[in-house]
Design a protein around this ligand. Structure first.
Ligand code: G
Ligand code: G
Ligand code: MN
Ligand code: NA
Length: 251
């Protein structure tokens, strides 16, 4: 199919690129990290969304090659940033299948002399549902290295709560659907958000709110005790060439 072809061609022709979206500490308004987000342009110059090509790459197995490239590229790029800025990388369940992921990450950190504490890995609960046991040991090994684990899209899907007490995560990323509902009249998302933030902190996790798009939402968030905020309002995912202003001082 077209998307599968584009994934294979994309690998062969270097058509993948990483964009980076700032993660901001709300009180200081400083950028403390960036999430790496993968982009693919097909042979006609049309960009294909990761929501389209990631599931295809997962199915055809190419996600492992792509995932390795993403990790390598993210660490290579972040190695040039100021030392207090971390990089966060999304992982797919299939990247844990071969059992060689941890070793490859150790190699990358060494090659780029990159502090493990500056690397964060974002994982969705579907990963835990699909692979539970073999994944648990690998997650533990990554944490021992000092890498942070973030549960992505928290609050969507089912039983994410069940995973919070079972696994050790360092961070919760609250799904943007809660944020987009925040300013709707009569909506209870405010109470839900407050409670998720408290829950995260009780479990010694940092909490990120995703998908802040408007000034109104940004204001509403100033009253929440989130550790990081992320969204189009503060910065879209950008190519490396546009990051310079975010790397110096405040936004
Ligand atoms: O950047 P965008 O909002 O279009 O991303 C859509 C989805 O693709 C998100 O769920 C995001 O987590 C996922 N995604 C983006 N980059 C990567 C990547 O490098 N690896 C994996 N596994 N998923 C990614
Ligand atoms: O699933 P994950 O949280 O990794 O998805 C990240 C995706 O969310 C990225 O593809 C990014 O483009 C998108 N995103 C980031 N900020 C916003 C925002 O403010 N609004 C919307 N609609 N999407 C966002
Ligand atoms: Mn993510
Ligand atoms: Na998310």
């Amino acid at each position: 199919r077209h998307v599968e072809e584009s994934v294979l061609l994309g690998l062969a022709q270097n058509r993948f690129e990483l964009h980076f979206q700032p993660l901001i500490e709300p009180k200081s308004r400083r950028v403390e990290g960036f999430e790496a987000l993968l982009r693919l342009t097909d042979a006609n110059g049309v960009s294909i969304s990761p929501t389209e090509f990631i599931p295809v790459a997962e199915e055809c197995g190419e996600i492992n090659v792509i995932g390795d490239w993403v990790l390598k590229e993210a660490i290579r790029i972040a190695a040039d940033w100021p030392e207090h800025i971390f990089v966060s990388v999304n992982l797919s369940a299939r990247q844990f299948e071969s059992g060689t992921l941890v070793g490859r990450i150790i190699d990358l950190l060494e090659t780029h002399d990159f502090d493990a504490k500056r690397l964060e890995l974002e994982i969705t609960e579907s990963l835990l549902i699909d692979y539970e046991d073999p994944v648990t040991d690998q997650l533990a090994a990554l944490r021992v290295l000092g890498i942070s684990l973030a549960m992505d899209d928290f609050g969507t899907g089912y039983s994410s709560l069940g995973y919070l007490w079972k696994y050790n995560f360092d961070k919760l990323k609250i799904d943007r659907s809660f944020v987009s509902a925040l300013c709707e009249k009569g909506c209870k998302s405010r109470e839900v958000l407050d409670t998720i933030v408290m829950l995260g902190h009780k479990l010694n996790m940092k909490v990120t709110a995703e998908g802040i798009e408007t000034a109104e939402q940004a204001d509403a968030f100033n009253a929440l005790e989130c550790d990081h905020i992320q969204g189009f309002f503060y910065g879209r995912p950008m190519p490396v060439s546009e990051l310079a202003p975010y790397l110096i001082g405040n936004t």
